[in-house]
Design a protein around this ligand. Sequence first.
Ligand code: FAD
Length: 374
Amino acid sequence: MATAYYLAKVHGVTRVAVLEKGWIGGGNVGRNTTIIRSNYGLPGNEPFYEWSMKLWEGLEQDLNYNAMVSQRGVLNLYHSDAQRDAFAQRGNAMRLHGVDAELLDQDGVRKLAPFLSFDQARFPIMGGLLQRRGGTARHDAVAWGYARGASERGVDIVQNCEVISFLRDAAGAVTGVETTLGRIRAGKVGMAVAGNSSRVAALAGLRLPIESHVLQAFVSEALKPVIPGVITFGAGHFYISQSDKGGLVFGGDIDGYNSYASRGNLPVVEDVCEGGMAIMPMIGRARLLRSWGGVVDMSMDGSPIIDHTPIAGLYLNAGWCYGGFKATPAAGWCFAHLLATDQPHETAAAYRLDRFRTGHLIDEKGQGAQPNLH
Ligand SMILES: Cc1cc2nc3c(=O)[nH]c(=O)nc-3n(C[C@H](O)[C@H](O)[C@H](O)COP(=O)(O)OP(=O)(O)OC[C@H]3O[C@@H](n4cnc5c(N)ncnc54)[C@H](O)[C@@H]3O)c2cc1C
């Protein structure tokens, strides 16, 4: 939706159809834990995510739609000297890119979140890296805001319309798609189907460096305001924020095996809850209201792809792993730029598909080639 919106708004391209096999907002955009931030360390990533943050900061005015963008801060806790050094390095890299970052000691974290379990023997909380401009946004409102903006500018949005194959000319170039509602011809086709990327690319004979994994999320009963912003555990995979309705929204790691099922399994539920109990035992008293899963497109270096494919006429936007919601504005902006001009946008130039062949990986998370094992 963001790509269609910026194609129309920035490039004046309005002969665009967005094809959605389900309903708008039913994919990962409506299933994530709504965190937005630009606290990346590598040059290939930081300018892109900061561009996204700047677009978030003007998004509601731009769309004239309340997306509940709430810059309450994102605090990454550290638990050892080595982790503090790594966070200091990341914070410095952010500041060199003109992005806000503050390294807090334990007293600084205590002022923000006095309820944390600071002095436990196993994972003592020594401090944290804070990005005050980070926070949350209401995810389904973002999808609907972009949809309304695109629709008003003449974009066709076709729901319950699944792409089932690609139309090709004699030279093999993509010239349109076959869908469950019929055939649609197009000069260019852009794929942005997240956890279904490998399956849809396979319809064109492409094998992507992407694995599909289930990622779960959880929400508790509504509580009075207790969590000031987003807090992440540095010694395990757990992160938490509080929604405007009062629910504690939290999550952790992927389930750890390839799947296209948007539901998860109990071992990860246990693992996530253990992470929560480790840093804030008080949440053991909150009742879990519901949990759900989404199918995330894990790339092999943890970073996304916004690029041409080797097939003429077919473009790819994928590999968002745990973190494509925060990228939504910039991902849409940069994919629109690529589709309209056939040139990569300057902030997304490193997100090439061939980097896995040439070795120019953007290994921000140090996950290597087996993200499913980490
Ligand atoms: C539990 C969970 C928590 C997350 N938390 C965060 C977070 O806090 N912050 C963050 O930045 N990111 C987070 N993410 C990641 C983020 O949600 C995704 O990276 C992002 O939403 C991907 O956006 P998208 O538009 O590429 O994909 P989607 O929103 O998934 O949209 C892709 C759409 O393609 C459609 N589709 C698939 N196949 C076809 C076909 N053949 N024909 C037509 N349509 C098709 C699907 O139905 C889907 O609606 C989280 C993800 C999950 C699952």
